[in-house]
Design a protein around this ligand. Structure first.
Ligand code: GLY
Ligand code: MN
Length: 428
């Protein structure tokens, strides 16, 4: 692995927390993601399922975790199933985990090979009543192909049609939302690598470079720092492309006078950072760009303070939209009369088309909904923006915020954001 070894106490704690949420007389099965085909005989780089990683730390494909209620001891027990390595597998794909290595990473004592999975599954399921299975219930997720989870649900229902089935997703969502201190440290490391990449970019950007050259600088910094790479496809858009929310082609030339919007974040040990900064290609903001930038920055500073225990993303969105509305009047994009006539929502939506926050963790858009009450240990983005296509630019600024008992900590507070700091660093 590229990252420093994670103490398996984290994964043990996570499994204990899950077992406490399961009803007695239950079995829970957590699968790995599929290995996804590309073209010909090539596959995409394997991406582990976040839930099994959270519970075991194992990144290897086809791994399955079984938790089951043991009737004699009246306790939950755990078995981890892994691939049994073969010479041909190792010739092409390299080393596969041994039982000892899987035990060391996960802290699970009982490691078995996959050829024993079905018989052990039957034994444990038949002596219990409930079966908890996983599924991706992220509210924006959709896929035209049946995932491993969906196929596994069908397989289980064929084998055990009369058991009581339960959803793991709501339990995993709750657990993953509130991070353990070890997880916060890993997110901080992702943030640290992301900050280094931004400093590198500030030295690199000048007129006439291509957006993808900026992407390459960021990628270099991420990979050489031990990150897996980008936590999501980086958005590196200049000029009008500032206004395309998920612009990822990154293939245009950066022109003098334009702004460059960069939304990028490292993934370290599975954990994401998510940062956005908007900088002038030639190192100097125009007066108009400064005016709009300061509006977004004012909103951001106030929005960060709203991220604290007890509130929700929906409540934050409502308040931030009000702040944006006021700023739109200040920078001459609308008037009180227009807002009166068209309604605030439509006017704000024209220049600020997305929400202010999402949860961050093992996924850049992590588990949790807009109505989840914020609690200490949760990490959220704060990313207001104003996009003015008619003026060929837009500005988004994004930090990652940790909710604490008394308020919040900005995990990207070392990522330059003030206009003077950015102009100074770009001139050096
Ligand atoms: N980083 C992209 C997004 O939050 O949508
Ligand atoms: Mn984001």
């Amino acid at each position: 692995m590229r990252y420093s070894k994670i103490n398996n106490i984290l994964f043990k704690k996570n499994r204990i927390k899950l077992a406490k949420k399961l009803e007695k007389k239950s079995v829970a099965v957590i699968n790995s993601n599929d290995e996804m085909p590309k073209n010909g005989d090539i596959k995409f780089k394997f991406c582990q399922n976040s839930d099994i990683f959270y519970l075991t730390g194992i990144e290897q494909e086809k791994t399955v975790l079984l938790l089951y209620y043991h009737n004699k001891s009246k306790k939950f027990k755990e078995i981890l199933f892994i691939i049994k390595s073969k010479k041909e597998l190792e010739i092409w794909g390299g080393h596969k985990l041994t039982e000892d290595e899987a035990r060391e990473i996960s802290g699970i004592k009982e490691i078995r090979f996959l050829n024993q999975f079905e018989s052990i599954l039957k034994e444990t399921v038949i002596s219990n009543e409930n079966i908890y299975l996983n599924n991706n219930e992220f509210f924006k997720f959709s896929t035209p192909v049946a995932s491993r989870d969906i196929r596994f649900i069908q397989y289980m229902k064929n084998l055990f049609p009369l058991h009581c089935y339960k959803r793991l997703a709501p339990l995993m969502t709750k657990l993953r939302l509130q991070k353990e201190p070890e997880e916060i440290e890993l997110i901080k490391k992702s943030c640290e690598i992301t900050i280094s990449a931004f400093h590198r970019v500030l030295k690199f950007v000048k007129p006439d470079i291509k957006e993808y050259e900026v992407e390459a600088e960021i990628t270099h910094e991420f990979i050489s720092s031990g990150a897996n790479g980008h936590a999501y496809d980086p958005i590196i858009g200049s000029g009008k492309n500032n206004c395309i929310l998920h612009y990822i082609s990154n293939d245009k030339e950066c022109k003098t006078g334009d702004l460059l919007l960069m939304d990028f974040g490292a993934e370290y040990a599975g954990y994401a950072a998510d940062a956005t900064r908007t900088i002038p290609v030639n190192g100097k903001f125009t007066d108009r760009q400064k005016e709009v930038y300061q509006s977004v920055l004012r909103v951001m500073k106030k929005a960060i303070k709203m991220i604290k225990p007890g509130t929700t993303i929906n409540k934050i969105n409502k308040k931030v939209n009000k702040l944006i509305e006021k700023e739109l009047i200040t920078i001459g994009l609308t008037t009180s009369e227009e807002i009166e006539n068209l309604g605030s929502e439509d006017v704000v939506m024209k220049y600020f088309m997305h929400g202010t926050s999402h949860f961050i963790g093992l996924n850049v858009h992590d588990t949790g909904t807009k109505d989840t009450k914020l609690k200490p240990g949760m990490v959220l983005s704060c990313e207001p923006g104003i996009y003015i296509e008619d003026e060929n630019f837009g500005i988004r600024l994004e930090n990652d915020i940790l909710v604490t008992k008394n308020g919040q900590i900005n995990l990207l507070d070392k990522l330059p954001i003030e206009i003077e700091d950015i102009e100074k660093l770009m001139s050096m």
